[in-house]
Design a protein around this ligand. Structure first.
Ligand code: NDP
Length: 248
């Protein structure tokens, strides 16, 4: 276990599975007290975190990131327990893929509502706390399709492109308070979200990724660790593709 984040508090949205869970484990392994905010949380945190070294450091809280009240009450709960919030990772995200002509308004609204508005609400809820602390790290989890687009994902790619604009604007707005904001953009990661891809889609990715494999959630968590560590003290407003070279 490292100690790089000991004494710090982190919030990870969508933190109970997939990439979010890997980020929770990575930051807890560096000594942070980590709160996994998720729509569906496990019955007990014991079921959720297997590693006995970090069990004590991790707590899950039920949250719907699309709802202002839900987000604010979770942030208050975190503040009650630790009195500070040093790190926010906006990771919760959904897909509702369809071709434009078939895409319903609700498919558009739900993806923009969760991925983009959710990140806005969570960031707004922690920003005053970070501003008072004169210290904070915000990492948004985007996607390479926010930069390169993808047929059948007009809603999702728009939400992720929006997160790039949000990242750069926040970096400018919050920089004077020593709050750094960056975005990690994964390519194809093996998680429950991508389980629903067809075999043909998975093969497409494998053939076109220069590194010839999908990412593991921990590959993304390692990039997040960089952005919350002291080693990135002078980096803000950046987009880092973690995609095995897929978007080159
Ligand atoms: P998963 O579907 O495995 O996990 C997403 C998590 O977000 C789930 O735990 C889900 O909760 C949670 N979530 C969804 N809606 C809400 C909500 N309204 N409030 C709170 N939590 C919510 O996805 P991944 O781990 O694969 O993806 C994580 C992030 O990485 C997403 O932002 C995704 O867009 C991005 N990404 C993923 C890629 C991939 O290949 N997997 C590629 C590029 C980007 P529940 O299950 O309880 O509904």
């Amino acid at each position: 276990m490292g100690t790089g984040l000991s004494g710090k508090t982190a919030i990870i949205t969508g933190g109970c599975r997939g990439i979010g869970k890997a980020i929770v484990e990575r930051l807890a392994n560096e000594g942070a007290k980590v709160f996994a905010l998720d729509y569906i949380i496990p019955k007990t945190d014991e079921v959720f975190i297997e590693d006995s070294n970090i069990k004590e450091l991790v707590k899950s809280i039920q949250v719907d990131v699309t709802q202002d009240n839900s987000v604010n009450s979770a942030v208050q709960e975190v503040m009650k327990e630790t009195g500070r919030i040093d790190i926010l990772v906006n990771n919760a995200g959904i897909t509702r893929d369809n071709l434009l002509m078939r895409m319903s308004e609700s498919e558009w609204d739900s993806v923009i509502g969760t991925n983009l508005k959710g990140a806005f609400l969570c960031t707004k809820a922690v920003s005053r706390i970070m501003m008072n602390q004169r210290n904070g790290r915000i990492v948004n989890i985007g996607s390479i399709v926010g930069s390169i687009g993808n047929a059948g994902q007009v809603n999702y790619s728009s939400s992720k492109a929006g997160m790039i604009g949000m990242t750069k604007s926040l970096a400018k707005e919050l920089g004077s308070r020593n709050i750094l904001v960056n975005l990690v953009a994964p390519g194809y990661v093996i998680t429950p979200m991508t389980e629903k891809l067809t075999e043909e889609q998975k093969q497409y990715y494998l053939q076109n990724i220069p590194l010839k494999r999908g990412a593991l959630p921990k590959d993304i968590a390692n990039a997040v660790w960089f952005f919350v560590s002291e080693d990135s003290n002078y980096i803000t407003g950046q987009v880092l593709h973690v995609d095995g070279g897929l978007a080159i």
